[in-house]
Design a protein around this ligand. Structure first.
Ligand SMILES: Nc1nc2c(ncn2[C@@H]2O[C@H](COP(=O)(O)OP(=O)(O)OP(=O)(O)O)[C@@H](O)[C@H]2O)c(=O)[nH]1
Ligand SMILES: [Mg+2]
Length: 460
């Protein structure tokens, strides 16, 4: 019965009976209704229904076809705007949306104008949209406005300062947080000094250094009549800066000859390869021609890893197969760098401490090969130390020192270390300047070491 009735309606619809077609639509027989609407689209009422149906079904191309043909009697400004936007007729889309003028339409206009390069106008419209934005949308609009302003060069690109990056890195370290706590709103008394000493020891500055430092602070506090922890913090910073005087060093690279060679040493996992990648990137950005040398031939993966960094930094690499004689790779790399006018050669080496004698011999051989080709090189021999192992790295350093002279230290992983204070111990014990610090795994996470910044970041 029902079936019969339906086909009754359909029959009438087939004949162009408007109410029957609408009836079909109401009953959800969209396909059938659509076919009939298309057949009778000459009828102004029916094509309006058809247009709305197309929009409803996200059939924008067909909706657009109707718009092109019959114009603005169809839909309302908002749906017309949507159709124009969807098919990429942005001029018309903007026109329609602006007629509506509510938040959503203005916001769409702002986005369209921004995407099509009309940034000035986009900004103007987005600012209008901001004024009427519902609370849930405000952040999104603000963000968009900021990004358009940035494109227009209206906002200073706030580059994170080196200090900010280091601070952010050290913030992850527990002791940095704890220093912050004990220096906030506390009385300067025995208890505070004891806690401070404990914390310094935990941060791995070395027991002797910690005891001496706190002793010194006690005396100064009495002498200068220091009452608040905030004042004591400033004095502590000064004392630590004093301790670190002479620990700061800059890379020494020759101006008048090339290539300059930097040799990297350090145990497995200390961060040699990563540091080389970061440094290569930095020099390449300064316009230097940089060659990496994969003299850690012990593992194929080590060579591959250096290659990945070479690609990231956009520099060349000299490599051989796994197990090749490291000194021979160095020879080849330097020869190539000399022949092709490179400014800088960065050499990655293996760091297997458990084979101490072979390691020492290998490093000596590498150095000999460098000097055979370039008697004044390496300009720098950098020992890479992992901050997270704290003072243990001092023992490692001693082995490498036996093999070759070390001109500078790179302390890596200062961003994730609970032993950031080890920098103090390392520098005082080894009497070798720290030249670079690693504060993350990213390509830009390498900084020159600055005592001033390090101490500020550590105690802030
Ligand atoms: N968080 C953090 N991770 C780092 C930093 N430097 C290196 N790493 C990570 O430490 C790990 C070891 O780094 P590598 O550069 O492979 O160390 P390597 O000295 O070349 O090690 P081998 O090739 O095994 O001798 C990697 O996972 C790096 O991403 C740093 O400054 N911060
Ligand atoms: Mg490596």
């Amino acid at each position: 019965m029902l079936f019969f009735k339906k086909s009754e309606v359909e029959k009438r619809a087939e004949k162009g009976d408007k109410s029957a077609i609408l009836e079909l639509l109401r009953k959800g027989k969209k396909d059938k209704a659509q076919k009939l609407l298309e057949r009778y689209e000459d009828d102004p009422d029916l094509r309006k229904v058809l247009f709305d149906l197309y929009v409803d079904e996200e059939n924008y191309l067909q909706a657009y076809r109707l718009l092109e043909r019959y114009g603005e009697e169809l839909g309302n400004a908002k749906t017309r705007g949507l159709v124009y936007e969807k098919v990429g007729n942005y001029t018309k889309a903007v026109e329609e949306y602006l007629k509506v003028g509510d938040f959503e339409s203005l916001y769409r206009v702002g986005n369209i104008l921004s995407a099509t390069g009309n940034k000035d106008k986009a900004l103007e419209i987005l600012e209008r949209a901001r004024k009427i934005a519902p609370p849930s949308k405000r952040d999104e609009v603000e963000e968009k406005i900021l990004s358009v302003k940035r494109d227009l060069g209206l906002v200073e690109e706030k580059k994170e300062s080196l200090l900010d990056r280091l601070r952010k890195g050290l913030k992850k370290t527990k002791e940095s947080v704890e220093f912050g706590v004990i220096f906030r709103g506390r009385k300067v008394d025995d208890e505070l000094f004891e806690e401070l000493e404990e914390l310094l020891v935990k941060a791995d500055v070395g027991v002797k250094t910690a005891v001496n430092l706190v002793e010194d602070l006690r005396k100064t506090a009495i002498r200068k009549n220091i009452k608040t922890s905030e004042e004591l913090k400033e004095v502590t910073k000064e004392k630590v800066k004093e301790l670190l005087k002479g620990c700061e060093g800059k890379l020494n690279l020759p101006e008048d000859r090339k290539p300059a060679v930097i040799l990297f040493l350090g145990v497995n996992g200390s961060g040699k390869t990563t540091t080389i990648g970061k440094l290569a990137y930095k020099f390449a950005r300064e316009g230097k021609k940089v060659m990496l040398v994969a003299a850690d031939t012990f593992r194929a993966a080590a060579i591959e890893q250096l290659e990945v960094w070479a690609n990231r930094a956009g520099v060349e690499i000299t490599k051989k197969h796994e197990g090749a004689d490291p000194a021979s790779v160095v020879y080849e790399g330097i020869e190539r760098a000399m022949g092709e006018g490179y400014d800088l050669v960065l050499i990655d080496t293996a760091g297997r401490l458990h084979t101490k004698e072979p390691l020492i011999n290998e490093l000596r051989k590498i150095k000999k090969v460098i000097q055979k080709l370039l008697p004044e090189e390496p300009s720098e021999t950098l020992l890479v130390l992992d901050a997270t192992i704290g003072q243990n790295s001092i023992q490692q350093a001693k082995v490498f020192k036996e093999a070759v002279d070390i001109s500078g230290i790179v302390v890596t992983k200062l961003d994730g270390s609970a032993k950031g204070g080890a920098v103090i111990a390392i520098c005082r014990e080894l009497k070798i300047p720290i030249k670079l610090i690693g504060v993350g795994e990213g390509i830009e996470d390498l900084q020159p070491f600055s005592v001033e910044e390090y101490v500020e970041a550590l105690f802030d």
